[in-house]
Design a binder for this molecule. Sequence first.
Ligand SMILES: [Zn+2]
Ligand SMILES: [Zn+2]
Length: 235
Amino acid sequence: MNTKPHLLKINISHLNSHITCSLCYGYFIDATTTTECLHTFCKSCIVKYLQTSKSCPQCGVKIHETQPQLHLRADRTMQDIVYKIVPALFENEEKRREEFYNSRGFSKLKKGVVEKIPEPKLTCIQASDDRHMYKYDEKISICLERYHVHSMPVRGSHSKVPSLQEKFIRCSNRLQVHDVIELLMKRLDIPSEAELTLICHGHELTKEWSLKQVYLMYWSPKGSPMFLFYCFKPG
Ligand SMILES: [Zn+2]
Ligand SMILES: [Zn+2]
């Protein structure tokens, strides 16, 4: 009788069709699945595709009438499978991100946005509240800048919002807009009767949205960090 342990050998090429993106033909990077038909793509590929289409590129099903980007979910399981199967992929991708971040991330955003960007000092949001403690979640880097209001009418005595000392924050992308506003109010010592609002790429943000949603909707092609501007809610 054969007592040798049975080792299953699989040729990676047989698996390829299940772990590659039909838009770029590469292995999934930030695997993202549509909630409508459960087809998976790289995040950047599908987000870009949905800027000009409302349907799934693989099966043609309409993802959503008006906002297909909101019907995408990060597929951590699929991404873990890819990283297990293609060990070098993870390392390469981390390296690529780092290089991209170093070479373009900050210098590219420098012009016109902030006069002088200091070395990125990343702080983590820490709170006893476990809403903030998504240890295994995807992280997002954000930069919180004061919004310079010229034409916006501002009500009340707090016409000028103070500026934040530590602008760069790294936190779970499941954090919601109101969590960030709470954090800002606390750090800037703003009286609770005043109301702050966040703006991303010209859009005033809905408080219930997660940072991931904001990123997918308004920011993703621009890379890291995501700039969020704060000001007092116009009256
Ligand atoms: Zn792709
Ligand atoms: Zn589909």
